[in-house]
Design a protein around this ligand. Sequence first.
Ligand code: FAD
Ligand code: NAD
Length: 475
Amino acid sequence: MGRSFDVVVIGAGPAGYIAAIRAAQAGKSVACIDEWKNKDGKNAFGGTCLNAGCIPSKAMLESSELMHRAQHEFKIHGINTGPIELDVAAMQKRRASIVRQLTGGIAGLFKANKVEGLVGHGKLLAGKQVEFTPVDGEVEVLTAQNVILASGSSPIELGIAKFDDDRIIDSWGALELTEVPKRLGVVGAGVIGLELGSVWARLGSSVTVLEAMADFLFMADRDVANVAAKEFRKQGLEIKLGAKVSSAKASKNGVTVSYEDANGSQSVEFDKLVVAVGRKPHTDNLFADDAGIQTDERGFIVVDDECRTRVKGVYAIGDCVRGPMLAHKGSEEGVMVADIIAGETAEMNYDVIPSVIYTSPEIAWVGKTEEEVKASGRAYKVGSFPFAASGRAKAMEQTSGMVKMISSKDDDEILGVHIIGPMAGELISEAVLALEFSASTEDIQRTIHAHPTLAEAVHEAALAVDNRALNYPNK
Ligand code: FAD
Ligand code: NAD
């Protein structure tokens, strides 16, 4: 018989490692099992987010943004440089080093919080036992009072464009390219397609994004999506909407992609093709048939609002369960479940989860879009403020975009905030807090915002809801 723990977590991504630390902080004995292996063959904690998702993509977005600004903006500031040269190897070394530091940091956090970090495969057996197969060593069957499944997700593969790790690649492959492809194709104008398409476009690729839907960024507020489409096209991203890819054939010289759109059958050649059409829950060999875990028709582990599975004492969190596939959503579920295990009352507000797309300009929102509010039948008011009227944005040379705020007509409660512009991902936090506290636009109107800051645009948008904007003409 193997060791016994109060809590065994399978998966050390942002959902699992946070759950493990929170449970240990409550005095529980905790083990966290993870099998992630990087392309260098080394195991690392942190899951998709730290190794192949949020963090490396933001490292590459930052580097490529600097390249773009050096090429196009320095002159405006009166800074003349010689020709700007790109060293992709150095850029990639920096990305890898950031990832290494942060994933190593989790190992350190586990030690500090007395979480037993176990490297290898975990499988839930019947009776809350967990079979642990280490990378090297003997299989051990752990006994747990509580088990948390946090196995994450993996990219969806298209049958007509199978990944070959060379010409047809997934988002992880696209993050670790060693040279700039001349012609880059991207299937899917979702979050990954736009973020990674932006990275390589800024570094010099000619990027074409093929999106099946007719609407651009269908999940975003229409006003924001329209500004975004205009901005991205201005930056040289070719975005083809209503494009149904029918085949992708890799050869020695590239990839030939055939698709249908409103103009009929088309064919286009790329050097690399990134397929980013969504992700699916990863539950391979995660639980035994008799463990009692149920999955839905799309493969997600079925859980209730508190992330309980059908088996008492077994929970599931993060990308492997319903809800948006976002690191912060998974982490908060981890906190909630650890607190429930510790005997506390805990819940998650699924209505107030911020979304951020780290393009330039950034896009961020929380709450309902105007279209959703309209469809709900609730009477509402809208105010918006353009960054072109913000002194700070002007000083930053980043005046594209706006803040848009929607509140209910009856009691002024804020229903949604939508931002496209500089640092939108940082600015949205004020709105998230406002929605969490059911604030009104008047609450924000009467809150002092430092000058000159980008946050003043949020303040002005709140004022604009009541036609009281001070630094921009009202409707
Ligand atoms: P994961 O991070 O996928 O971690 C699951 C872990 O469990 C993995 O390490 C896996 O190896 C391990 N595992 C699975 N099964 C087993 C098993 N049986 N035994 C042992 N170990 C197992 N989200 C954001 O919020 N912001 C972003 O900016 C963002 N950017 C992204 C960029 C890209 C390119 C991608 C691909 C994703 C991005 N995401 C972003 C999404 C984010 O990465 C995921 O929502 C998040 O990682 C989910 O966390 P998780 O803990 O549920 O799963
Ligand atoms: P996504 O769901 O954001 O976008 C996929 C896009 O592909 C959609 O627009 C869809 O209409 C399109 N599509 C689907 N099938 C297609 C086909 N056959 N041909 C053409 N287009 C097709 O998925 P993603 O971009 O792969 O990202 C996966 C997940 O990772 C998302 O859920 C996202 O939340 C998460 N993520 C988040 C961030 C962030 O928070 N900044 C960044 C990257 C990824």
